[in-house]
Ligand binder design. Structure first.
Ligand SMILES: [Zn+2]
Length: 97
């Protein structure tokens, strides 16, 4: 496939912008968290204490069938900003500023 010089330049710029967005976005998302008041969450793998918060939906027909409707909700995921280990919480976690 042939790309013109202008097209390649455009793609390169777009890539740089996307990368900038990802790195800037994750930097400001990094924070410390507590699972309960006074209980600081540290990474199970590397003991780091800065995480990037996310949400994951646990919605499956199978769970409803087995009477596990309580699991059909969103879980909170905390991704260790140091090693990337993902921690799952079925309860709210508190961000510590
Ligand atoms: Zn870690």
């Amino acid at each position: 496939m042939y790309y013109s010089k202008e097209r390649l330049e455009e793609m390169r710029k777009k890539g740089e912008e996307d990368l900038k967005e990802i790195t800037e976005g994750s930097k400001e998302e990094c924070a410390k968290y507590q699972s309960q008041p006074g209980i600081q969450i540290t990474c199970l793998h590397c003991k780091h204490d800065l995480f990037i918060e996310g949400k994951a939906l646990l919605n499956t027909r199978g769970l409803t069938f087995f009477g596990l409707d309580w699991m059909n909700q969103s879980a909170t995921t905390l991704i260790c900003s140091h090693c990337g280990f993902i921690h799952w919480f079925m309860k709210e976690v508190k961000r510590v500023d």
